[in-house]
Write a protein that binds this ligand. Structure first.
Ligand code: GLU
Ligand code: ZN
Length: 502
């Protein structure tokens, strides 16, 4: 069988984790089976449609690197792949159902439908949906009223007192009492636009979709779809409703849990590889203990048998872990290219900065690449390389249990140390530099950490900084010395203002 699957979003919101998880599973399934992955835009709800959401769909998928074989932009044998361009087709199919008696015209006004809803509410009735008022209008009267120009919708005539059965690849055999299905839903609206149900199954059939992999929230629509397939005399595709994605509180993943859209993750500095890897494992298990998978690997190894029935839990911390892993896999050049927009935004250097500045940036990434979780942390942590950091408060320079006087003397020793780091103008290696620091600390009977703290703060502006020796090497002797002298002047000034000595 030629596997054909689709992702069929409605552009009524930004792309979110649930959506791209569905897309990924479909994509990986197609890849694993040598099948085709199709993108179809279900844009028939014109009141909620916004071109910005459509653009967001394309941008998100481009960023993620997910490709479709057929779709609105790529075209294909079954084009167009945009439902608003296929309305004639749906009208034609609704007409067919009408003629076969599986559909009927409903002439009820919006006011009447609203009235029955309100009456039921007052009566606290458990009945919901349409009251099947027009189901018994005979064909003749129906045609006459339509010809006279009365407004109507076309509804599906659901066989009553029957049961609809279908198999779900993950959930097994499912039986649904027809009386529990939304009563005779609208297929074609009075403006001639189809509803989701009609357009969705007409397209799945015409586009020769073999498997419908979609979120579990659509499960309750499936009996209705199966009835529609029967009404058209078509074979339904295989259905597979994917495991739910929850927040850590056990509730369905939503905005409340954090980033609402994929855009937000991108802007936070999450890498697309990390997001794909983590999302592809939400509800799907591969190899015990193996956590890192490339998109190619996922595309090879996916199978419907690997899906879990249990809901998946989305853990932001785990995504951060993935991001750290993927950051470590990039080269400094790649990380520079990825983070330069943030570096510019944070003002580390300007758009037309000299090549040396950019080279310095790329080199400096080596100092922090092991320590960041989000991309913008890279330029944040490297700010001190590009501009002299603001002088922190005097206390910031002081090692634990030290006061101003001892800190001043530690920094003076630090300065001496610095003077030995560039013998003949060439910087020592980390190891050599560290040995020198150790020797001096031993001689002075102090801890190395204490010796280096004021030096670290003077040079980087922070108590916790990228590796000190490497930072010194990168900044060069002259700049480091200037920073140390500035700190010495500052701390001596503090002494005069009357800090308690120790
Ligand atoms: N347009 C529906 C959505 O927005 C498609 C559901 C389905 O896959 O059938 O998710
Ligand atoms: Zn009616």
């Amino acid at each position: 069988m030629n596997i054909r699957v689709r992702y069929a979003p409605s552009p009524t919101g930004l792309q979110h984790i649930g959506g791209i998880r569905t897309a990924l599973f479909n994509w990986h399934f197609a890849r694993s089976a040598g099948g085709k992955f199709i993108l179809r835009l279900e844009d028939t709800d014109r009141t909620r449609y916004d071109p910005a959401f459509e653009q967001n769909l394309y941008d998100t998928f481009r960023w993620l690197g997910i490709h479709w074989d057929e779709g609105p932009d790529t075209g294909g044998l079954f084009a167009p792949y945009v439902q608003s361009k296929r309305t004639e087709l749906y009208r034609h199919h609704a007409q067919e159902l009408l003629e076969k008696g599986h559909g009927y015209r409903c002439f009820c006004s919006a006011e009447r439908l609203e009235k029955i809803r309100a009456e039921r509410e007052t009566a606290r009735s458990s009945a919901t949906g349409y009251d099947r008022h027009c189901r018994t209008i005979n064909a003749e009267e129906s045609s006459r009223r339509a010809a006279a120009g009365e407004n109507f919708t076309i509804r599906l005539r659901i066989p009553l007192e029957a049961v609809t059965c279908f198999n779900d690849r993950l959930l097994g055999d499912i039986e649904w009492k027809n009386n529990d299905i939304n009563p005779d839903p609208v297929l074609l609206k009075s403006d001639g636009f189809p509803t989701y149900h009609l357009a969705n199954i007409v397209d799945d059939h015409l586009m020769e979709i073999t498997h419908v992999l979609r979120a579990q929230e659509w499960l309750s629509s499936t009996p209705l779809h199966v009835i529609l397939y029967k009404a058209f005399d078509w074979d339904p595709p295989e259905f597979c409703h994917l495991p739910m994605v929850m927040g850590q509180d056990g509730k369905k993943l939503s905005k409340r849990h954090g980033a609402a859209s994929i855009d937000e993750f991108r802007l936070q500095g999450i890498l697309s590889e990390a997001l794909i890897n983590y999302t592809a494992l939400l509800g799907c298990s591969y190899e015990e203990g193996k956590e890192l998978y490339s998109p190619e690997e996922l595309g090879k190894r996916f199978s419907l048998d690997k899906l879990n029935k249990a809901p998946a839990v989305f853990d932001y911390k785990k995504l951060e872990w993935y991001n750290g892993q993927y950051i470590r896999m990039k080269t400094n050049d790649e990380l520079a290219a990825l983070t330069i927009p943030w570096a510019l935004q944070q003002g580390l250097f300007t758009e037309n900065a000299a090549v040396e500045q950019r080279c310095l940036y790329t080199e400096a990434i080596g100092l922090v690449r092991e320590r960041v979780v989000f991309l913008p942390e890279i330029p944040e942590k490297l700010r001190f390389v590009f501009s002299e950091p603001a002088l922190p408060a005097a206390e910031e320079f002081m090692p634990k249990k030290s006061g101003l006087v001892s800190t001043l003397s530690l920094l003076t020793m630090g300065k001496t140390l610095l003077g030995e780091y560039f013998p003949g103008g060439k910087a020592l290696s980390d190891e050599e530099a560290e040995n020198l620091a150790k020797e001096l600390a031993e001689k002075e009977e102090i801890k190395v950490g204490d010796l280096l703290m004021p030096l670290r703060v003077a040079i980087t502006g922070q108590r916790v900084s990228p590796p000190l020796f490497a930072s010194i090497r990168l900044l060069g002797e002259k700049q480091c010395l200037a920073r140390v002298e500035r700190a010495l002047r500052f701390l001596s000034g503090q002494e005069l203002v009357g800090h308690s000595p120790s």
